[in-house]
Design a binder for this molecule. Structure first.
Ligand SMILES: [Zn+2]
Length: 226
């Protein structure tokens, strides 16, 4: 990982979420923001990285789940950053319902599972309308980061990753490393997930930085299941 990117791991009661802070030419770029319950820790980490109000220019949210988007609205309000997401995730963060970024899983809506999803969604003050629509191939160099956006559906319809010119991939929740580096078992569309993985296997990726768990070499996935 280039020196200027640092991992901020926010530990919750049940699990931990990673945010990644990059220092670009034009200010800082933050990839994902963690749960709102860890706001103080996040602000402290930004502060110790020298990123105060006015320094944070862009927030990239890999997907609209509350553990990644939980502090986006707060950071925009306090730091003045703009928020970028894939269009297919906007409804989920505008309305605080993670099923709205899902196609196949929407059938859960009228079930207990659907209720759980609602319960785990963004609370009203943390809901927001993003500022920028990111899609596949978008270049981040205008935001001071030598990287591009990859649309990687599977976990949700508008999941995106950020791939730097150095071969570092910030993959959101497409892949996780909780005991083992592997595709996320929480899948909206298995065919989409498979297609996203196939695509990654053919790209120049060195290290994967997941939303949950430690970074791992992409080589682990290229080898496929043992
Ligand atoms: Zn997550």
């Amino acid at each position: 990982m280039p020196q200027e990117i640092r991992t901020i791991t926010l530990h919750g009661r049940l699990y931990a979420v990673n945010c990644y802070l990059a220092k670009g030419d034009a200010g800082h770029v933050l990839i994902d923001t963690g749960l709102s319950t860890r706001r103080v820790e996040l602000a402290r980490a930004l502060d110790s990285a020298g990123c105060g109000p006015g320094d944070l220019r862009l927030i990239v949210i890999t997907h609209g789940d509350a553990d990644h988007a939980g502090n986006a609205a707060y950071l925009r309000g306090t730091y003045g950053a703009r928020i970028a997401m894939h269009r297919a995730e906007w409804q989920a963060v505008e309305r605080g319902n993670m099923l709205l970024s899902r196609g196949r899983m929407r059938f859960l809506r009228r079930t207990v599972g659907g209720l759980l999803f609602r319960f785990a969604g963004l609370h009203t003050p943390d809901r927001f309308e993003p500022d920028l629509h990111f899609e596949d191939g978008d270049d981040l160099s205008g935001h001071g980061l030598d990287a591009r956006v990859l649309h990687l559906p599977g976990h949700s319809q508008g999941s995106i990753g950020v791939l730097t010119a150095d071969g570092d991939l910030f993959c959101g929740d497409l892949l996780t490393n909780l005991g083992e580096a592997k595709p996320n078992s929480l899948v909206d569309d298995p065919a989409d997930l498979e297609a996203s993985l196939d695509r990654l296997r053919n790209l120049e990726i060195r290290t994967v930085y997941p939303g949950h768990g430690q970074p791992f070499p992409m080589e682990l996935l290229r080898m496929g299941p043992a």
